[in-house]
Design a protein around this ligand. Structure first.
Ligand SMILES: Cc1cc2nc3c(=O)[nH]c(=O)nc-3n(C[C@H](O)[C@H](O)[C@H](O)COP(=O)(O)O)c2cc1C
Length: 197
């Protein structure tokens, strides 16, 4: 049996379509007996700290150089890395905000990705991710529809895939979308969206 980590990043609470979609994914995984434990990380309840100068210094120190104050600054980063490390499946929900991911999710990613932690450099200069063999489901909600825009305006799925593959080693990413939430009389059928899951 496997454990899932559920990341919520829309500030709209119970009204959020991305959270509705990610919750439907989690429930289906439970129904199919693919998951028996869920850890929820709601970024709106405990927002990730933004990177500041002091924290960036700690990110690049060798572990033996980090003192007690540094350890405290790294507390959030360590907590979310451990959650990722312990999960087999990660379900991430995000609203589309100005074509990109939510700022909360970006702040979470900036805490997750760390040299020597989420990825390592090899002797030949190549990188190896440290969070391999995990599956990510990405749940995106947008007011409009991708089909209305040029293809190169797709930034969310491509960005998440790039960051995870380069800096965590996770390459198994499956995306589901709720589109057109801003349309008049919009109705959502989550089961229909995830019917192939
Ligand atoms: C600040 C902001 C920016 C947004 N930018 C876009 C956008 O670029 N494209 C789009 O289709 N919808 C955009 N929307 C609409 C949201 O994507 C839509 O409301 C979606 O349902 C949000 O996800 P949520 O329901 O999980 O909060 C934006 C909404 C807000 C509040």
């Amino acid at each position: 049996m496997k454990s899932a980590l559920h990341i919520i990043s829309s500030a709209r609470g119970g009204q959020s379509y991305s959270k509705g979609l990610s919750t439907a994914i989690i429930n289906k995984l439970i129904d199919k007996n693919e998951v028996n434990e869920v850890v929820e990380r709601d970024l709106t309840k405990l927002p990730p700290p933004f990177l500041d100068e002091a924290l960036i210094w700690e990110f690049y120190k060798f572990p033996e150089m980090i003192d007690e104050k540094g350890e405290q600054l790294l507390n959030y980063a360590k907590a979310i890395f451990n959650e990722m490390n312990q999960a087999d499946i990660i379900v991430i929900s995000t609203p589309m905000h100005n074509f990109g991911i939510s700022s909360l999710l970006k702040a979470w990613l900036d805490q997750l990705v760390r040299v020597g932690v989420s990825y390592k450099f090899n002797a030949d200069g190549t990188k190896t991710g440290c969070l391999n063999n995990k599956k990510v489901y990405l749940a995106i909600a947008s007011g409009g529809r991708l089909a209305y825009w040029p293809q190169e305006y797709e930034f969310i799925e491509s960005y998440i895939k790039a960051v995870f593959s380069a800096y965590t080693g996770i390459t198994d990413i499956c995306t589901y979308r709720v589109e057109g939430t801003a349309e008049q009389n919009f109705k959502v059928d989550y089961e229909d969206i995830i019917q192939n899951l």
